[in-house]
Design a protein around this ligand. Structure first.
Ligand SMILES: Nc1ncnc2c1ncn2[C@@H]1O[C@H](COP(=O)(O)OP(=O)(O)OP(=O)(O)O)[C@@H](O)[C@H]1O
Ligand SMILES: [Mg+2]
Length: 344
């Protein structure tokens, strides 16, 4: 068992409140991602869980043990937590084996036991054949795996990963995502993962916590975060989306340009209608909104279109092979049945 419970956590740096009353439970063996823009407090929260920062108020428990509260503070080396920092630092003067072995040396584990454990971890992170190499003889992804191995070697109950893939190229990032996920399952660890990359959050997490300005916006499964965003910030931050200003009356939505669509919901007044570009179909016969195709970009797999609807640009993502079917400047209809209404 290794769940983490945070209750009413706030953190001030000087008089700036960086984390605002955060409460949440990270359940045993779950992969939870903290997602949010730069400066929103992700690293700060992670450092408080690890014990490198003390919350200004609130309580942190790992399982039933209080590790941080007004009158109790367990230092990082007694929390049994592995952490890979935002700028993963592997020690340049130690080879791969020695880097991974280091935490066990500090714990004064006997040599034979250390050897066995390091070899096991090197195998798990797929670095067995690189044991003798120095870090400067490794690729970024391999160094990343050294940092991961070093974090895993002491059998941590909890693994904290702070943007561990940010220094890697796109392809390697994708591979590493799955490797980390596999390792989490294999070792049955509770993972708290920090990223500002929404695709990464989607691909890896059981649960995503979306933050903005130190305030939780939504805690949910990746599917719900994407398909049922709690507010306009989440809708905008996760994935791509169009926002159309409108007024809602009994039975209809009137867009700012004057066009009208049927509505059976119970919201009223000024609102923003949010529609994802992949949820809009372009038709030449009839649809909900009419506009003019103003641009189309061929990106191989997709045809990324812009439609001018009464002066508002609407993005529509179609399959790549539809590119060129409709001429730029042509009048088109937009049709959609999936959308969100955010009251203003
Ligand atoms: N030691 C510190 N002293 C004062 N302010 C700090 C300190 N550490 C962080 N901050 C501030 O706290 C806020 C949150 O920082 P944090 O590092 O948690 O953000 P983040 O979400 O991890 O951002 P990024 O995605 O850029 O890594 C920022 O405004 C930052 O400037
Ligand atoms: Mg950070």
């Amino acid at each position: 068992m290794s769940s983490i419970t945070l209750t009413n956590i706030t953190k001030y740096y000087g008089n700036v409140e960086v984390i605002k009353k955060f409460s949440g439970v990270f359940e045993d063996k779950q992969f939870v991602t903290l997602l949010g823009p730069s400066g929103c407090g992700k690293t700060t929260l992670l450092r408080m869980i690890a014990g490198f920062e003390k919350p200004t108020t609130g309580e942190i428990k790992i399982d039933d043990v209080t590790v941080s509260s007004a009158n109790n503070f367990v230092p990082p080396n007694h929390r049994n937590i592995g952490m890979v920092f935002q700028s993963y630092a592997v020690w340049p003067h130690m080879n791969v084996f020695e880097n991974v072995e280091y935490p066990l040396k500090i714990q004064k584990i006997p040599r034979s036991e250390r050897n066995k454990k390091v070899l096991e971890i090197l195998k798990a992170v797929d670095l067995s054949q690189y044991a003798e190499r120095m870090p400067n003889e490794l690729s970024g992804g391999q160094q990343q795996r050294v940092a991961l191995g070093r974090a895993l070697v002491s059998n941590p109950r909890v693994l904290l990963l702070d943007e561990p893939l940010s220094n890697l190229d796109a392809k390697l990032r994708e591979t590493m995502r799955f490797e980390i996920k596999e390792m989490q399952k294999k070792f049955g660890i509770t993972v708290v993962y920090v990223t500002h990359d929404q695709t990464e959050a989607m691909a890896m997490s059981d649960k995503v916590i979306v933050f903005n300005n130190g305030i939780v916006q939504q805690i949910d499964s990746p599917v719900n975060i994407y398909s049922n965003p709690a507010n306009q910030f989440v809708a905008d931050f996760v994935g791509r989306i169009n926002f159309l200003d409108a007024d809602i009356f009994e039975g209809e939505i009137k867009f700012s340009g004057g066009q009208v669509m049927k509505y059976s919901g119970d919201k009223r007044g000024k609102a923003v209608i949010a529609v994802r570009p992949e949820n809009i179909k372009i038709r030449t016969d009839e649809g909900i909104l009419c506009g003019k195709l103003s641009q189309a970009y061929y990106l191989g797999d997709v045809n990324d279109c812009r439609i001018d609807v009464d002066g508002t640009e609407v993005r529509v993502i179609r399959e790549g092979r539809t590119y060129g079917e409709i001429e730029i400047g042509a009048n088109v209809w937009l049709d959609f049945d999936t959308y969100h209404v955010f009251e203003k």
